[in-house]
Design a protein around this ligand. Sequence first.
Ligand code: GSH
Length: 208
Amino acid sequence: MKLYLTPPSPRAFKVIALKNHLGIECETQFVDLGNGDQLTPEYVAMNPNKKMPILEDDGFVLWESNAILFYLASKKPERGLWPTDLRRQADVLRWLAWESAHWDAESLGMVGYEKVSRVVLHRPGSADPALITRGEENFARFAEALDTSLKGRRWLVGETPTIAEFAIGAWIPVASRLELQIAKYPEIGRWYEGLAALCGWRESMVAR
Ligand SMILES: N[C@@H](CCC(=O)N[C@@H](CS)C(=O)NCC(=O)O)C(=O)O
């Protein structure tokens, strides 16, 4: 198995943290986005979106970080990161979809792109203040939804961590660097402490 990753990105970090948590050995290849590695014909043949991360397993190529989390978790079903019961599976899928559509694309990913990624990717022009403001407003809305959902719960779904935690939690260390007010949400802080204490998480943070 081989992972194509740009470690500073939360979309890569979630994959690295889960791989380390599960103790899965695999080759990793650094994708230098600033150097245009994602634009080479070989790379585009694997991911026509020209984005990382990608997983390759014996000829099977998978892109989209949350799909990769599912694939890795399914390699070690005994660890329970992907539940077996239908309602819990649907609940985890709900949070993965929320992460991709709202937490990433409309909030942290939107602010992150304007403040950081557009420079790394050598995109023309400068950060759009209107998009940063919209991302900040969305962040306040969705962080409140997450905070409320975590009240009285150690984990988002059931009694043990799932891949939803890895998908959503990967963005928490990034939030303050993007000047988003993550400290305003005590339930998120409490939940993240539990996540950061899982084996594999801290060593993944150090290795980034
Ligand atoms: N929804 C995708 C988003 C992937 C994504 O946006 N990756 C960014 C880096 S963090 C990328 O590779 N950008 C390169 C580019 O746009 O040229 C996922 O979660 O895998």
